[in-house]
Structure formats: structure tokens, C-alpha cells
Ligand binder design. Sequence first.
Ligand code: 6PG
Length: 475
Amino acid sequence: GRAHIGVTGLAVMGSNIARNFARRGHTVAVHNRSRAKTDALIDTYGHEGDFVPAGTIEEFLDALQTPRRVLVMVQAGAATDAVINELADNMDAGDIIIDGGNSLYTDTIRREAAMRERGLHFVGAGISGGEEGALNGPSIMPGGPAESYRHLGPLLESISAHVDGEPCCTHVGPDGSGHFVKMVHNGIEYADMQLIGEAFDLMRTALGMPIAEIGEVFRQWNSGDLESYLVEITAEVLGQVDTRTGRPLVEMIVDSAGQKGTGRWTVKSALDLGVPTTGIAEAVFARALSSATDQRERARELQGGATTAAPVDTAEFIAAINEALYASKVVAYAQGFDQIVAGSREYGWDIAPGDLATIWRGGCIIRATFLDRIKEAYAEDPDLPSLLLAPYFRAAVEDAVDSWRRVVSTATLTGVPVPAFSSSLSYYDALRAERLPAALTQGLRDYFGAHTYRRVDMEGDFHTLWGGDRSEQRV
Ligand code: 6PG
């Protein structure tokens, strides 16, 4: 065969990636379960590069140079398993299967082990950037065996986004690490969007600003510290006028947010790893609450009490929201990176957090100028205990903290829900606290369950005879 790579699964993401390879000068074999999609791709985009259309898996694999490289772009779950098994049955030792979908990382760990047993390389690769990114340069997070990256790296790097000449693609680590970090990327994406939503809600509800003006505020923010893809497109969405009614489109969209799973997976994994990824958790729960439409319908009659009026100085309060958004965002990223470090330790993946900051600077949904600062922070100290302790972020958050408190308290007083802003501030306060009430929790656990506690002044585990003479025993 002569094709450098094959793509199977030609829905929008798959066909855009195939076109991206072809446009970069690679010969691409393309295959889809139903032939019609393959033909449509060739009819419409065949002139863009060197495609080899294949009707069957056998034809598809014959078209490829060895070791064969096949990128699978089908729906995560059972469909992915079916395609992988069919490919594996027809492939030879040393061939490489790449799963570019949003697969659950534990599935990827299982598949990698099964393929390794058959002498094949299996690479779970997170791909971010949506349809546009797939076509013009996504951020790519491949896991799998390091050896496979020798054959795969140059190809993937050639189609990825680039920032300052560096590709937004790197070998993340072995087995499921690529999909694990893509999952956390999506979790951060959820948190980012929730924080943006809370900032928007404060301007709309507490300040009573017209939607178009709020869009303008986001447009301005996008040329400051908050410069990012999500803030940029927030301005776009808020600026959109409904063609049917002439009102801002956002007012015509049902306020129930959906989710396909990656945010929820991030939180489940955070619970298992014992990492307090509170910002992402609040974002996932906020989507769930928004979708509890029956309950919300009934609960509209609940009274909110003596909520106060909006702040007087609008411009000043907008500036405070900007700072609160920035500080909360630092917390969300700090937590996400903590989870990556914890996952890496749990699975022995040896992930370099700074590498992720580097490849997330372009191509992906959470791309932001901010990531440059995170990259620098990890370059300075690869073992950074928390992003909040990096000198740059520490200074930025300490500068913002007064505004952050004012925004959260104003939100509380005016009755605007800000779960992500407020939980991020609580996280910050808890993390820096001299003493936490966890001491009392330990006392209570010892009281009712003899769970024991440790003392601040002595080594060992202790139990107080709560039901007896209340003397203390070393256990
Ligand atoms: C990306 C996106 C992409 C997709 C998510 C959205 O990085 O390109 O994250 O993967 O948009 O699956 O997930 P929800 O449907 O759960 O919001």
C-alpha cells in the first residue's frame, strides 16, 4: 500500500481530520461502514489531496504502508470496540490503531492491553478543537506505547495546531493517559463555561445590562488577561440576534444544558482519586440542575428573601467580575492539573503537566493566552505543588481576591447563583487556612465510631473513651 495513514469513521470529525491529513500532503486511505459517506467525501473534497477510498476493511488495510496506521473516528463505546476488533483481526504485528474519539480512559487501558497481547499498538488519542479544529489544526493528546509515537508523532504533529512554532501534540504517556488528560481537558472546559455563565448572569441579573452590552464586555475582556477561545465565542453568541424574533438569540435558547459524559467522568475520577476538583464538579452539577426542569418549574414559587438591589457603580462592578472570573479560572485549572498529577501517579504514567499546558495553548477548546503562563510556571518548577503557588498566579489571585469576595457576596445578597465562583473562593480559603474544622470531624468520628485521631503534639493514633471516663488512650 502507499497511503501514510487511514481514517475509518467519516462523520464530520473523521472526514475533517482526513481532509487535514490530505491537505498537509499525506496520502490518506478513507473508509466508512456505509460506503455513501466515503463517496461523498471524495466527491466533495477529493480535489484537496491524495485520498484512497476503500469499500471494505481488507481494501482499506491493503492501501496502507506498513506499519499500518489507522485512525478510528467512531462513537465512543460499543461502536469503537466493534471497529477495533474488526481491524485487529486483519492487521499484522507492529501495526498501530489510534482511537481519536472521546473514549473513557479505563476503556482505553483495557483495549491497549488487549491489543498489546495481539502484538498491535493501540493509541488512545484525545483530539480537541471541534469540527473546525479537526480540519485546520486540533490539539492532539496521544497516549499508548512510547514506541508507537516514533511512527505516529511526525504525522500527528503535522496536522496539529502550532503555537510559537511548537506543535500542539505530544506523547502524553502510556496506555490510557491520552484519553485521561482529554477527559480532564473537557472537565476544565465545563468549569470555564460555567464561570463565564456566572459572569454573564451577574451582568444580566444583578446589573440588569442588555445582552448586547454584555457581549461587548466579553469582547473587551478577550483582549486582556482572559483572552481565550471561549471568551471570544461568548462575545459572538451574545451578539447573535434571533432571525425570527429580533431578540438576542441567547434569550430564545432553552436554559437546560446537556452533557455527553466527559465532565461527569472527570468528577467520578476525581472522587476516586480523592482530588478536590470542586470547580469542575460544580459545573457538572449546574448542568444537571439546569436540566431538572420539572423541579425548577415547581420551585419558581419559592421566595428568595430580602435580596438587595444591584451595585451602584456598574463599571466598577464589571471590573470586579473580571477579576473574580480570572481567579476562579486559576482555581479550576489548578484543580484540573492536580487531578492529572494524581492520575499520573495512580497509574504510573509519568505525565509532565507542563507539556499539557504547552499543547493546550492552541487548537483545543480551552486554548487561552493564560496557558502560556501555566507552561512557564511548570517550566520554572516541574513539581509545583499547586498552580496557585506559582509566583505569577499567586500574585494575580492575591490582587484579585478583594474583588472576588465582593462579587461572591454581592451575588449572594442579590440572589444570583454563583456555584463555581463561590466554591472556588471557598477552595482558596480552605487551602490557605491555618486550621480546618476537619479536626472536629475527626473528634466526631472518634466519638461515634472509635475511628481514632492524631494529635498535633505527639506521634501516634489516639482514642478518647467518650462513653467511659473520657480518658485518652494511645491505640
Ligand atoms: C473538544 C470538545 C469536544 C466536545 C465535548 C463536549 O475538546 O473539542 O470538548 O470533545 O465538544 O464532547 O462535551 P459535552 O457534550 O459533554 O458538553
